[in-house]
Ligand binder design. Structure first.
Ligand code: HEM
Length: 459
């Protein structure tokens, strides 16, 4: 990785800086808030279409500046947290993760907490996760029979819930507490509503349920930590990594911090992986040429349907291209935010203290100057001779810079495993009309119902 580019991103010093161009329209005081709430992605795209690589609109009384294009992304992602802060931008998540954890901690503390996850992402652990994901997938399709129809949103939501809870939380949650966990997780998710931008602790029922759920989850984690300590059992999961972890001063994470980090990993990884698995299958079914290539690769590798090993999955290039391309066209996290804590300069534009700044993977990935025929699903764009994802900060489904997704390798491996197991056993076909994106919520996915017919291969 190159060193931070001083010319691209520096705290404000002197000189004449340009004011980011303003998006037309908007109402006095509230600006574009209504358009943003009604059609967030539409407003972001319009900002780019009308203003270009830098555009500004008013949101909840503050200026939001959208930066688009690899140079702009780099400039933004390379700013220190003390200048452009994710913590201040995502403070609505603090009650969910817990005070003092992740976005609720000081930047240096948060960085240390994130570091504690690294041992859980090493190759030896990936081997275990691959086996778990393959086993869970084989388990849920065990009773499918020769033919049937699934609703893909619900199906992949359930499957990735099993795989994520097995790999992240461990077997106790997966096997003994999965019903109660589903309930508290649901209440936590339902606690992420737009009111949180105004104040994350308003006395509303959704926040009260969220806080009760967070407290209960803390108790559940503490019980398991205690049990593991007493029995000497060691899991091959994120929970164990966090139990073992130490800060640089030698102190251990508290149960509150362990709970918060587990919740953060679940929130970061569950829906994002679920919708991406659904989009990968949908896009392959819509694009028979690529489906044939991916199926061919999988059938050749797993002819005997026995071992979905880490090594064998890692080498499935066509399948990986299919996943990456689904992620490019349908990035689940369509807006990445920072709040300016100080005045600064990005690419010659003035960002003022109190502004919000954003990049949008969705808008960025539709940029024809960066991706050839950007709206087309074309996994070949990552192949030899093209490698469109190699341009730094062009492909940003996983963000970039110091806050780049930590779980990207795990996510891709998990999705590849699920797709490999499914396509190795069954043929699929979309049922019904076109599938649109569901623009409700923080994570964009395909709009249910998504009906997919399956038929056992050779049946
Ligand atoms: C397809 C699946 C996934 C997508 C599209 C995705 C996307 C992202 C993006 C865009 C960011 C950067 C956010 C920002 O800069 O504001 C991020 C951060 C993060 N992701 Fe993921 N993610 C995925 C799966 C996962 C999984 C499976 C895990 C954990 C097991 C995970 C853990 C994290 C963590 C811990 C961060 C915060 C890193 C930091 O702030 O230092 N993600 N992810």
């Amino acid at each position: 990785m190159t060193a931070p580019s001083q010319s691209a991103a520096t705290p404000l010093t002197t000189g004449k800086l340009k004011r980011p161009p303003k998006l037309k329209g908007g109402l006095p005081l509230i600006g574009h808030t209504i358009a943003f709430v009604k059609d967030t992605t539409g407003l972001l795209q319009r900002t780019y279409d009308e203003c270009g690589r830098v555009g500004r609109f008013k949101l909840f009384g503050k200026d939001m500046i959208l930066f688009t294009g690899p140079e702009a992304h780099e400039a933004l992602f390379r700013q220190p947290d003390e200048v452009l802060s994710p913590n201040a931008a995502y403070k609505m998540m603090v009650p969910v993760f817990g005070e003092g954890v992740a976005y609720g901690a000081e930047p240096a503390r948060m960085a240390e907490q994130m570091h504690t996850l690294y041992p859980a992402l090493r190759n030896n652990r990936m081997r275990t996760y691959t086996e778990i994901v393959a086993r869970e997938t084989l388990d849920v399709i065990r009773d499918w029979g020769d033919e049937g129809v699934i609703e893909a949103g619900a199906f992949f939501g359930m499957l990735t819930n099993y795989t994520s809870s097995s790999c992240l939380l461990g077997k106790e949650f997966r096997n003994e507490m999965s019903e109660e966990f589903s309930k508290v997780y649901y209440d936590l998710e339902r606690g992420i509503v737009a009111w949180g931008y105004i104040h994350p602790y308003l006395p509303i029922p959704a926040f009260r349920r969220r806080d009760r759920a967070r407290a209960r989850l803390g108790e559940m984690v503490s019980e398991i930590v205690e049990k593991r300590k007493r029995s000497g059992y060691r899991g091959e999961d994120f929970l164990q990594t966090l139990i073992d972890a130490k800060y640089s001063d030698g102190s251990k994470l508290s149960d509150h911090e362990i709970t918060g980090m587990l919740v953060a990993a679940m929130f970061a990884g569950h829906h994002t992986s679920s919708v991406t698995t659904a989009w990968t299958l949908i896009e392959l079914l819509r694009n028979p040429r690529f489906l044939e290539e991916v199926r061919g690769e999988i059938h050749a590798r797993y002819a005997d349907d026995t071992e979905y090993s880490f090594q064998s999955l890692r080498d499935l290039e066509k399948t990986e291209g299919a996943v990456k391309e689904a992620l490019r066209i349908h990035p689940p996290l369509f807006i990445l935010l920072r709040a300016a804590l100080e005045d600064c300069e990005i690419l010659g534009y003035r960002v003022k203290k109190g502004n919000w700044v954003a990049v949008s993977p969705m808008v960025a990935h539709r940029d024809e100057e960066v991706f050839e025929n950007a709206l087309e699903y074309d996994p070949d764009r990552y192949g030899p001779g093209r490698e469109e994802d190699k341009r730094p900060f062009a492909y940003i489904s996983f963000g970039g810079g110091r806050h780049k997704c930590m779980g990207n390798a795990f996510a891709i491996l998990q999705i590849k495993t699920i797709i490999a197991v499914l396509l190795n056993r069954y043929d699929f076909e979309l049922v019904g009309d076109s599938i649109e994106t569901d623009f409700q919520g923080l994570v964009l996915g395909p709009k249910p119902p998504i009906r997919i017919r399956y038929r056992r291969r050779g049946a």
